[in-house]
Design a protein around this ligand. Sequence first.
Ligand SMILES: C[S@@+](CC[C@H](N)C(=O)[O-])C[C@H]1O[C@@H](n2cnc3c(N)ncnc32)[C@H](O)[C@@H]1O
Length: 260
Amino acid sequence: MGSISDQSVYLLSRDGAETERLNNQHRFLVEISGNILHPSIPAKNITAVADLGTGTGIWLEDIANCLPNKSVYLHGFDISPAQYPSGSEIHRPGRNPIPLSVHDALHPFPVEHHARYDLVHIRLLTAGLKYADYATVLANARDLLKPNGYLQWEEVDHTAFCTDSIPENPAITKLRQSVIEAMLKLGLWPFAPQHVHHQLAAGGFRDIRRATYTTIDREGMRAISQKWVAGVMRALVPASMVVTGEARDERQAKEVVERN
Ligand SMILES: C[S@@+](CC[C@H](N)C(=O)[O-])C[C@H]1O[C@@H](n2cnc3c(N)ncnc32)[C@H](O)[C@@H]1O
């Protein structure tokens, strides 16, 4: 179930099914982008990495295996520990565990983390960030970076869940529209990639690269991408339909999603 309070909004749930979805989604995203770290970031220079809104910590666990420095320091932060492994750390045989802290990225990070990281990673905060929050998260992320450090921020555009050659099922279009409508109603921002790009430029970051990943013309990825979209819809739509008034409660909304 999504959570909406005066202080924060989060359209997704944090239960076991959502934890599994996030981990599967990670594999899909790595496959579609072809990398876990953008090739413009020199992996060999990375000695410390922070992941904000880390969720289950899956990205951190994976990047550890892709960096040449095997003693790289890794740290995850999230506003909620609900999807953390037990003990709030990622256990790794023969290596130091990866610590996971609870921290709202809308608040400044503790000073011991300032200027500590060569790389800060952020991925998929759209279900929890309002339009003005992006600049705040960016400013707080910047505090974490060493001089000349790197930020990699990956977001999804909620208007882009479609493929070129298969006409979208009108029922899916409708569900997608419910999500966009609910996000706008809650002050969230469904067109995040463009906004992140603008904020980076406005925030004085240098050498900004924008990469767009798509399954268009990638026949082999069609089935897996459709499965991913269905999973995203199942995760986002129930809370959205309650926000838009299209469903009484999430149970009724789930029935509508499953019918489609
Ligand atoms: C869709 S999940 C993505 C998790 C992870 N980044 C990934 O890509 O697998 C979004 C995560 O952002 C977290 N989140 C939302 N708002 C946040 C905030 N203000 N500060 C820190 N984390 C936040 C949520 O709790 C959730 O774990």
